[in-house]
Design a protein around this ligand. Structure first.
Ligand code: AHM
Ligand code: MG
Length: 337
């Protein structure tokens, strides 16, 4: 018999006490929101009850990126679905400058939810996989009101993390600190069904993912690593490497969780003051925890991503994640620099 997300969460709660009922409710609401987003994504140019979903919204987010209509729709769906349930104190998103505190008309809970409502939005128009990434923290001091400072906790403090990829299938991938499980959306039933448990990333790989067009801007250790991969059997690695780059982190990470590989979005020399492209709190942290929970590793080249103490909600970070031995190799090249 198939196991639904609800049943999986109830069993985790019962057997391992890992999921308090408030957190279970929160995760179910996030999953429900992902179902609505999936529906809007599937409708594409046909439009859905959420409105016209294609094209630019004509606005910019806090990082100066043009917002697509679907970025804003996905953000609104997640906020509306989550604010009334009583399990959250506040939310933060790639698409909002500052935190969204649960309004007074609803009870306030102790959890904090962060998300990138629609990751890989440059792929919306071209019908390539995109997704939602989320991370859940707990308020440090439940007796105090909530502020942005409550969110500034290292990734090690996450109590749940995951993503939902909208591709040929819609798949929700989740960790609550006890391994990684995948749930595929059964559209007829309208429910997420457990399709893989104990996801494991092989320690070795012959596949890397990086945007090669940035090569001339890379720092030496990244250049060295990719150079050695490209030399194939004749080079120091003694094997041929394959390359993939989807430009949707959710889809690239999903491939790595499925068959291994290494994903990199490193800091590069164009932006001396910045730390990379991807955002720590709602992109790198949840993905890093998932990857570690599946036996992989995730660093910024120097240190474990989950150990980084954030100082800003929207801070960026250099990312190297995936098969453990490759991530360790890239990290050691940085140390030798
Ligand atoms: P987004 O959150 O604005 O969509 O940007 C993040 C995305 C990642 O999903 C992906 O890995 C990266 O940006 C692709 O960047 P590039 O277009 O530079 O290759
Ligand atoms: Mg993103």
């Amino acid at each position: 018999m198939s196991v639904s997300l609800t049943r999986y969460l109830v069993e985790q709660q019962r057997a391992k006490g890992l999921i308090p009922s408030e957190l279970r409710l929160l995760l179910e609401v996030v999953a429900r929101a992902c179902k609505s987003i999936s529906h809007a994504v599937n409708k594409g140019a046909l439009g859905s009850e959420l409105g016209d979903v294609m094209g630019s919204a004509g606005s910019e987010n806090v990082q100066g990126e043009v917002q697509k209509k679907l970025d804003i729709i996905a953000n609104d769906v997640l906020i509306e679905a989550n604010e009334w349930g009583g399990h959250l104190a506040a939310m933060a998103s790639e698409e909002m400058d500052s935190i969204h505190v649960v309004p007074n008309r609803y009870p306030q809970g102790e959890y904090l939810l962060m998300f990138d409502p629609l990751d890989g939005s440059s792929n919306i128009e071209v019908n390539v996989s995109i997704g939602t990434i989320f991370s859940v923290l707990k308020k440090v001091d439940p007796s105090k009101g909530v502020s942005e400072d409550d969110f500034l906790q290292p990734g090690t403090q996450q109590v749940a993390a995951g993503y939902c990829v909208y591709g040929p299938q819609t798949t929700l991938v989740l960790t609550v600190g006890d391994g990684v499980a995948m749930f595929t959306l059964d559209r007829e039933q309208g429910s997420f069904v457990l399709t893989q448990e104990n996801v494991r990333i092989p320690a070795d790989t012959k596949e890397f993912a990086i945007n090669m067009s940035n090569m001339r801007h890379w720092d030496e250790p990244v250049k060295r690593y990719i150079d050695e991969c490209l030399q194939g059997e004749e080079g120091p690695r003694g094997k041929n490497f394959n390359m993939r780059w989807i430009a949707s982190m959710v889809a690239d990470v999903h491939r790595i969780l499925t068959r291994g590989g290494v994903f990199m979005y490193p800091w590069d020399k164009r932006e001396p003051g910045k730390a990379g492209k991807l955002r720590l709190m709602y992109e790198a942290n949840p993905m890093s925890w998932l990857v570690e929970q599946a036996g992989g590793a995730a660093t910024n080249g120097q240190q474990r991503i989950l150990d980084i103490q954030p100082t800003q909600l929207h801070q960026r970070v250099s990312v190297v994640l995936g098969s453990k031995n490759e991530v360790e190799r890239v990290t050691s090249y940085h140390a030798q620099k």
